[in-house]
Design a protein around this ligand. Structure first.
Ligand code: NAP
Length: 306
């Protein structure tokens, strides 16, 4: 049985991915800083900020999926928070690499999360592909440095895959769950101009892409992980309202209000571009949810009935 080590396996993606990998016959182990519950999967403790880890986790791994990182949308971006966002991804990756160098024989692939923020917080009609350069804003720079960690493994001859993830849709956690709170109170509305794009992906599909990244030896380098349908914030908000049986009564939340509340971090909700899903589809990935309305129906209604 092959072992997959997931860093940050207690998070939104990691929890679902652990279950999927387990069903597919993999042994799953998890690196956690907090020791949070992980549905019975084997847990190893680490603390990238102090450079400590149980190196046995890496020695036992056939594959590493590096999801760990301080949440990008959880707190205002003070200088300390920005440092935590970067270090929790980059220093942790370097720590994994040091452990790998001590036991290099077993690892077959290193797969790291990245984000569509690689292309920057910009609103435009351009469709970004994996060949585009990183933007020089905070998120672009963070993603560039995050992906460089994978380069350490790549230079050591390990197959590496970088998953540039859009907004992951799940009902209980993440961006959709946060949007549902005002929606249920009938005060949901679009943000800023509403014309910014929201590259999104259903939780099942992002987990499917990670599974493919492990199993498909032809996958190498960066892949955008976004649904092929391009959706603006206004379209997205209207679709969520409709699927959850609500009406959008209120005008868009003005950009200046969001900037006052969230500071620099408001860029991640006020800006957004179109991102291409062509490369991952050409690699043979079939989206379970390529379109928004069925994705929302599945998350907001079908699970409720179950
Ligand atoms: N969800 C999205 O919409 C989305 C979009 C684009 C990119 N991504 C990226 O994909 C990855 C997984 O996403 P997710 O939504 O599952 O994230 P998440 O729910 O925030 O989980 C990330 C995990 O990282 C660990 N972590 C938090 N702070 C850490 C720190 N300072 N040092 C080391 N580990 C830390 C936590 O696990 P422990 O407490 O157990 O250590 C946490 O469960 C993240 O890197 C995220 O940025 C996600």
């Amino acid at each position: 049985m092959k072992t997959v080590l997931i860093t940050g396996g207690t998070g939104l993606i990691g929890r679902q991915l652990s279950k999927l990998l387990s069903v597919k016959g993999y042994a799953v182990s998890i690196f956690t800083t907090s020791g949070r519950s992980s549905d019975g999967f084997k847990c190893f403790r680490w603390d990238p900020s102090s450079g400590t880890m149980d190196a046995q986790a890496v020695a036992e791994a056939d594959y590493i999926i590096h999801l760990a990182g301080a949440n990008i949308g959880e707190k205002r971006w003070s200088q300390d928070r920005k440092r935590a966002i970067v270090d929790s991804r980059v220093k942790s990756g370097e720590l994994l690499f040091q452990a790998f160098l001590k036991n290099p024989g077993r690892l077959k692939a290193f797969v790291t999360a990245s984000a569509t923020g690689y292309y920057g917080a910009v609103t435009s009609q351009k469709i970004f592909t994996e060949d585009d350069a990183p933007e020089s804003d905070f998120l672009g720079e963070t993603c560039r440095r995050w992906e460089e960690t994978a380069g350490l493994f790549e230079n050591a001859g390990i197959r590496t895959v970088k998953i540039r993830t859009g907004i992951v849709l799940d009902k209980t956690d993440g961006a959709l769950a946060r949007l549902l709170v005002p929606m249920r109170l009938h005060v949901g509305s679009a943000l800023g101009s509403g014309s910014q794009f929201m590259p999104w992906i259903h939780l099942n599909d992002i987990c499917g892409i990670y599974l493919k990244a492990i199993e498909d030896v032809a996958m190498k380098g960066a892949y955008n992980a976004v649904a092929p349908q391009h959706t603006t914030n206004l379209e997205f908000t209207a679709a969520v309202a409709k699927t959850s049986g609500r009406t959008l009564w209120f005008p868009n939340v003005p950009a200046f209000v969001l900037k006052a509340i969230f500071g620099e971090m408001s860029a991640i909700i006020l800006e957004g571009s179109r991102v291409s899903a062509d490369k991952i589809m050409k690699a043979g990935f079939n989206f379970e949810f390529p379109e928004l309305n069925p994705a929302l129906e599945n998350l907001l209604n079908e699970k409720q009935k179950a």
